[in-house]
Design a protein around this ligand. Structure first.
Ligand code: ADP
Ligand code: MG
Length: 504
């Protein structure tokens, strides 16, 4: 196999920070190559250098065996390299077709030929199974389709090597499967794909070879045939990581939280569940099936149209968010930066957010107590930061999540409603967060865990319910179900009348 790309001894500094320290990446023509590493490892920076966005401080780039200088994305595109970013670069108020051909319209005798461009786009779309609707405005199409538009745009520009930066972060599980099929089709066409990810499972599912970066350094390149999740995690984190949380049986007590016939517009349809002391109930489902509304109804951000919520037998349906927190429900919200923490606040402010009344003396904040408590939270929950006065915005995703979890866990509640606790978080931090959640159950907390990550749901829960189009369509013990079975319910592939999975 010939070499499409060789980046060697790449050094990149941002001020005093060395983002890349003699990094190396060798990619064969026609392969899918995963660039794996934790947040901040330097993956995006390395690819931005290849794509001509950042100049490198040192090092060499060879394309197809020839030493190259790439000084701008335009030069990269001319060299056959395209990059699809995490945040798409499409123009919202133009159509799909216009976006694809923008700046590279076909001409016929010097005149723009829209028809010719369109034919070329549709041919690419059909050949590779990249389904797009050419006349839709980009602002009206779902993210999965926007991503396909970006890929076609790259191909339309003659890309031989396509770089995708964390392409699955915005996708639902079925969309991820679709994307992977498309990437395989591209590979069969002889294209070279570099996929940036921090997910081990994805790397193993799609890539031929994987290069691991840690702190800007190359930790090696191996074939995925020889790789295991354990080997890759060790390379990423630099120590062995327990990937499978060890769940011990816990003692279940009486029901502490109960939902009866909850209805909310079209979003929630007669939701019923009970949650016992010491139990973890997992709510599985593809995002957008009512999770947000269920969480809002439980938090008190919205009042359900019908039905009731009981906390230890007391009807709390009409209680405010504040009341519920005081009555003993702790919330880890789904959008960490929107509802969970205020990034522009200091760590100590975020450490007590929502619990300020515990730290007031006749209306005056008790800073001695706040300092002591926030220090304790940062220490106990292993938050890596400069201290309680540092801005939370400077924390990595994993550390911000540890702070959030720490705040809620520290302020002892009987019930914990936890949403997507490890979304966008590194493997090392996931191991830790999972352990802490299991610990809380062991200490007798009743935990409702809402997550789109099936592995997470299956590893942590005692019991699992599946939320599909606003209804709980299935309930099972975690130990007596499979990923396939849950996946079928999540995708709606069951007979609604009997609520039985079809085709099993
Ligand atoms: N434009 C920039 N200015 C300053 N620092 C940056 C910039 N881009 C990235 N960094 C820093 O470089 C390091 C590597 O970042 P990045 O390449 O984005 O990591 P990854 O994509 O692996 O998560 C991080 O410490 C990040 O904060
Ligand atoms: Mg990145």
């Amino acid at each position: 196999m010939s070499e499409a790309l060789r980046m060697s001894n790449i050094v990149k500094r941002f001020g005093s920070l060395t983002a890349l320290d003699n990094a190396e990446l060798i990619v064969n023509k026609g392969e899918i190559h995963s660039l794996l590493g934790e947040n901040g490892a330097g993956k995006t920076t390395l690819m931005k250098i290849l794509y001509g966005i950042h100049p490198k401080d040192e090092g060499e780039i060879c394309l197809n065996g020839t030493l190259c200088q790439i000084n701008s994305p335009k030069e990269a595109i001319n060299a056959g390299i395209s990059m699809v970013f995490q945040h798409f670069m499409l123009v919202d108020n133009l159509s799909v077709m216009e976006n694809i051909i923008l700046g590279k319209e076909e001409t016929k005798w010097g005149i723009l030929s829209y028809k010719k461009s369109r034919e070329k786009v549709m041919e690419l779309s059909h050949k590779l199974g990249l389904k797009v609707r050419p006349d839709m405005l980009v602002e009206d199409i779902p993210v999965g389709e926007k991503q396909r538009v970006e890929i076609i745009k790259a191909l339309y520009r003659g890309a031989e090597t396509i770089i995708l930066d964390e392409p699955t972060a915005v996708l639902t599980p079925p969309e991820v499967a679709e994307l992977f099929e498309m990437l395989k089709a591209l590979k069969n066409e002889g294209k070279t794909i570099i996929i940036i990810t921090h997910k081990l499972k994805e790397t193993l599912a799609i890539a031929d070879n994987v290069t691991v970066l840690r702190n800007g350094k190359n930790m090696g390149t191996i074939s995925t045939k020889k790789a295991t999740p354990e080997i890759l995690a060790q390379m990423m984190v630099g120590r062995s990581v327990i990937l499978q949380a060890v769940k011990e049986p816990t003692v279940k007590g009486p029901v502490v939280l109960e939902a009866k016939d909850l209805c909310l517009q079209d979003a929630l349809k007669n939701i019923n569940f009970t949650l016992k002391k010491g139990e973890i109930l997992g709510v599985a489902g593809v995002e957008g099936n009512g999770q947000t509304e269920l969480l809002e109804a439980l938090t008190g951000l919205v009042t359900p149209d019908m039905g009731s919520i009981y906390l230890k037998g007391e009807d709390i349906t009409k209680h405010s968010v504040k009341q519920r927190i005081r009555e003993g429900i702790g919330f880890i919200p789904e959008d960490r930066n929107d509802r969970g923490i205020v990034p522009s606040f200091c760590n100590w402010q975020n450490a007590i957010l929502g619990y300020q009344s515990n730290y007031q003396n006749r209306g005056v904040l008790d800073f001695k107590k706040i300092n002591a408590v926030s220090k304790e939270i940062l220490d106990t929950y292993q938050v890596k930061t400069e201290g309680i006065a540092a801005k939370t915005a400077s924390l990595s995703g994993g550390n911000a999540q540890k702070l959030l979890l720490g705040r809620v866990f520290y302020h002892d509640s009987d019930v914990l409603v936890i949403a997507h606790p490890t979304r966008g978080v590194d493997v090392g931090a996931i191991e830790y967060l999972h352990k802490e959640i299991l610990n809380m159950a062991k200490r007798g907390k009743a935990i409702l865990l809402v997550s789109a990550d099936l592995d997470e749901i299956r590893q942590l829960s005692d019991r699992i319910v599946v939320l599909y189009e606003g209804s709980l369509v299935y309930e099972t013990q975690a130990l007596s179900t499979t990923e396939k079975e849950l996946g079928m319910y999540m995708a709606g592939a069951f007979n609604k009348d009997e609520s039985k999975v079809v085709g099993l």
